[in-house]
Design a protein around this ligand. Structure first.
Ligand SMILES: CC(=O)SCCNC(=O)CCNC(=O)[C@H](O)C(C)(C)COP(=O)(O)OP(=O)(O)OC[C@H]1O[C@@H](n2cnc3c(N)ncnc32)[C@H](O)[C@@H]1OP(=O)(O)O
Ligand SMILES: CC(C)C(=O)C(=O)O
Length: 572
């Protein structure tokens, strides 16, 4: 790269526009959309579409809701010509859809183009020629007056040929190709020349392209507002824009152009097209949708649209592509996951969509919440607890989330891979011994009230303590308290329950209790235990043993069992 790029490149000059209004405009309705997937998109493909792929794309565009579709460049090849004939002759164009075809300003090509449209109910003939200085000088070798003469002659020819087929309702589209690179006065003169040659007052679309993006989108917006002012009092003129994406700002250019007064927008699905692509129409449409504006295009099964587009174009859509990419609704990072999880929990039916890091509800586009949160080494407790809650119904207490996320992090640090919900669930079951059946049997009965008059219960349980069956007994103000005191006696060290929470998972006959206990063994730090059972007391007791096992496994143990222990629990 050059140290002094100004010796080779120069900035496009800003537009001198007094009192520009577009910066204050707000987009409140959808533009007229024109899909050029079958023309500009197609001409950029490694393998242009055959008839079958073209038809599939056409049907998709109709189904999504496009009312104007550029179906090809009939003079370019027999395939293109035949495709247009097929649509017309087989009656495949719905009454509310208008097809458009493109031709350069060349006599024999215009003639063939109009022939291709014979019998169409309504059609847009799209004539283009480049108007920017470099093209005039290098490509055509024409001065401005000769460019105007070229337009007048060829638009006049389109008029004569189409007038001879009055059964079709004709619209002319004229594109001063390379508009964004041209002097505004020259583009304006080119458009006026086309209007005059077509016949003042007859419907015409003036389509203003950034054939190659060459400036920041505000410059394009200025250019469009300047043109809008020239045609403000001519209702027969539809001002259209056709952005490309060379600087990566095709969408911004289209949006600012709409704010500047463009009525119509041309582009392709997911931004296929020459070089870095045409404007991505899905992106603009869904940007409108997220502002509460009906885009008049239906992407409620966006993945089906993507699959068809990938099939027709033989090109993949990037996993990070706005709204549609495989990863665009996924958060891996902990702080994002935490915010998303909290926002989902706070959200009530009918609320305005306010979920952090998710500009749109994936469900509106037919995507599930499944992929919203995925867990890797950048994740925290929020992410893994969201997955365990959404997939397995676990409502883990906050401190358990913190404890288990350290277990998850250790596995991540070791393996460095993503953990799925199923992986996390397996790790959780293993860590908290959910598959072990530690409480084999238990019995609880009322004991005489204590001196304080409070209720006392007596509990006896057959448990499996580290592979050895034994019976423990204890008393307390409820089954959990009684079981804690039974275990204290059995292990010879006080088992203190700091916190206990329980909830159901599943419904009806399949419902199970999920119990979470936080305990200390003697002076140990707090450990969580988790238990599950169809019986709520059994679940709680399982959780206590689970916590005890974990404390024990971490090296916290009594020195020896007291002599009056009900069973010979051997603790290391
Ligand atoms: C920005 C855009 O997307 S514009 C659309 C571009 N799309 C396509 O080109 C796809 C289809 N094109 C084709 O199949 C072919 O190019 C055809 C059939 C149109 C023409 O093929 P050819 O006659 O072999 O010409 P070629 O492809 O080399 O085109 C260049 C010629 O057309 C002229 N030309 C280019 N654009 C235009 C135009 N809009 N109006 C008039 N003449 C034009 C060039 O000056 C050049 O003329 P020259 O041969 O006298 O120097
Ligand atoms: C609108 C036409 C001429 C076009 O495809 C372009 O300029 O990119």
């Amino acid at each position: 790269m050059l140290k002094q790029p100004q010796t080779k490149y120069r900035a496009f000059p800003p537009v001198q526009l007094e009192g520009r209004r577009w910066p204050d405009a707000q987009l409140t309705k959808a533009p007229v959309w024109l899909s050029t997937d079958l023309r500009d998109g197609n001409q950029a493909l490694i393998e242009p579409m055959d008839a079958a792929r073209k038809l599939r794309m056409f049907d998709l565009l109709v189904q999504v809701g496009f009312k104007e579709i550029e179906v090809g460049f009939p003079a370019s090849s027999q395939t293109e010509f035949d495709f247009v004939r097929k649509l017309i002759e087989e009656g495949r164009i719905p009454d509310d859809v208008t097809i458009q075809v493109m031709t350069p300003a060349r006599e024999e090509l215009i003639e063939r183009t109009v022939q291709a449209l014979a019998g169409a109910r309504r059609a847009i003939v799209h004539v283009y020629n480049a108007v920017a200085p470099v093209w005039r000088r290098v490509v055509f070798g024409l001065e401005v007056p000769q460019v105007m003469e070229l337009i007048a002659r060829h638009v006049g020819q389109v008029r004569r040929l189409t007038d001879a087929q009055p059964q079709t309702e004709w619209i002319l589209q004229y594109s001063p190709e390379t508009f964004s690179l041209a002097e505004l006065e020259v583009s304006h003169q080119a458009c006026e020349t086309a209007i005059t040659a077509w016949g003042a007052g007859r419907p015409i679309i003036l389509n203003l392209p950034t054939t190659v993006e060459n400036a920041t989108p505000n410059v394009f917006a200025d250019q469009i507002e300047w043109m809008v002012r020239q045609f403000a009092d001519r209702p027969e003129v539809v001002l259209s824009v056709h952005p490309h994406n060379d600087r990566g700002t095709g969408v911004a250019a289209a949006e600012l152009a709409m704010m500047a007064g463009a009525h119509r927008v041309e582009g392709c699905l997911f931004g296929n097209g020459e070089r870095t692509g045409n404007l991505d129409l899905v992106n603009v449409a869904l940007n409108l949708y997220t502002q509460g504006v009906d885009p008049q295009l239906d992407f409620s099964d966006i993945d089906a649209v993507r699959r068809t587009v990938e099939h027709c174009n033989h090109l993949p859509v990037h996993p990070r592509h706005p709204y549609v990419g495989e990863l665009v609704y996924t958060s891996f990072s902990g702080s994002h996951q935490d915010a998303i999880k909290k926002a989902f929990a706070a959200r009530r039916e009918g609320d305005v969509w306010e979920i952090p890091y998710l500009p749109i509800d994936p469900k509106d586009l037919g995507r599930s919440y499944e992929a919203v949160i995925r867990v890797n080494s950048q994740s925290g407790k929020g992410g893994m607890s969201y997955l365990l809650e959404s997939e397995y119904g676990l409502a883990m207490p906050r401190r358990l989330q913190i404890e288990f996320s350290q277990v998850v992090q250790r596995v991540m640090d070791r393996d460095g891979k993503e953990l799925t919900a199923a992986d996390l669930w397996q790790l959780f079951r293993h860590e908290y011994g959910l598959d072990a059946r530690n409480v084999i049997q238990h019995r609880v009965w009322e004991a005489a009230a204590g001196d304080d008059g409070q209720r006392r219960v007596q509990l006896s349980a057959n448990i499996d303590w580290q592979g050895a069956p034994c019976t423990v007994q204890g008393q307390g103000n409820g089954p959990i308290d009684a079981f804690a005191s039974a275990l204290s006696a059995a292990v010879g060290c006080p088992v203190r329950v700091i916190d206990y929470q329980q909830h159901a998972i599943g419904e009806g006959a399949d419902a199970r209790a999920m119990a979470y206990v936080e305990l200390r063994l003697g002076d140990s730090p707090a450990f969580f235990g988790v238990g599950t059972d169809s019986d709520t007391s059994a679940a709680a007791m399982q959780a206590l043993i689970s916590g005890l096992h974990r404390a024990h496994a971490a090296g916290w143990a009594t020195e020896s069992a007291p002599e009056d222990a009900q069973c010979a629990v051997v603790v290391a």
